[in-house]
Design a protein around this ligand. Structure first.
Ligand SMILES: CC(C)(COP(=O)(O)OP(=O)(O)OC[C@H]1O[C@@H](n2cnc3c(N)ncnc32)[C@H](O)[C@@H]1OP(=O)(O)O)[C@@H](O)C(=O)NCCC(=O)NCCS
Length: 166
């Protein structure tokens, strides 16, 4: 399997399909940590028609194959920080490198945007995601107690980019 594209914002959407929002929503719904359908619809809309307030600071990365969305990643860039809000691969296509590919693309993009670090929250029992992030160089810097609705703690992970010497 090859993944054909994974560009940002409107470029990716022009290459894709009419039902992109539904496809992304369906992947997000496979995870207890996924954003709501409403938030996904908003992200897609923002990515499709970037406003002056959203000059590629809210970014949607897609793993596309034959007009099918196999995975996606949402990221925000605020001043020196890039924050990965969510990443997911379709459950039928996991352990094939999609998650790592999406995170690697997001890291490269954050670096080019001059972000000094990338941060994110991840559920402390979410072994697959924690392994994925550690695999690409994130480290744990804090814990947020009872962060999720089900009472689960969140780990805060960070990766410094090439734009910082600290
Ligand atoms: C986390 C997730 C995105 C990983 O996507 P993926 O495409 O299956 O991951 P990859 O194939 O790119 O795996 C890359 C590395 O991540 C780690 N990893 C991925 N899945 C794993 C699992 N089930 N158990 C342990 N480690 C895992 C491994 O280190 C793996 O490297 P390896 O295959 O060489 O061992 C996927 O499991 C998912 O969509 N989960 C539900 C959504 C979610 O919880 N997102 C995180 C929110 S913060």
């Amino acid at each position: 399997m090859t993944i054909s594209n994974g560009t940002v914002s409107s470029n990716a959407l022009e290459l894709c399909c009419d039902d992109i929002t539904e496809q992304i929503q369906s992947i997000a719904a496979q995870s207890q940590y996924g954003p709501s359908a409403e938030n996904i619809a908003r992200s897609v809309l923002e990515a499709y028609s970037p406003s002056p307030q959203n000059t590629l600071k809210n970014v949607l990365f897609l793993a596309l194959h034959n007009n099918l969305v196999l995975g996606f990643l949402e990221m925000r860039i605020t001043y020196d920080d890039a924050e990965i809000d969510f990443v997911a691969a379709d459950s039928a296509f996991r352990r094939l490198g999609i998650g790592k590919w999406l995170v690697s693309n997001a890291l490269q993009y954050a670096n080019k945007q001059k972000a000094k670090r990338i941060i994110l929250e991840v559920g402390e029992t979410n072994e697959a995601a924690i392994d994925l992030y550690k695999n690409v160089g994130f480290r744990q810097i804090a814990t947020r107690s009872k962060y999720y609705k089900n009472g689960e703690n969140a780990f805060i992970l960070e990766k410094r980019t090439e734009n910082t010497t600290e």
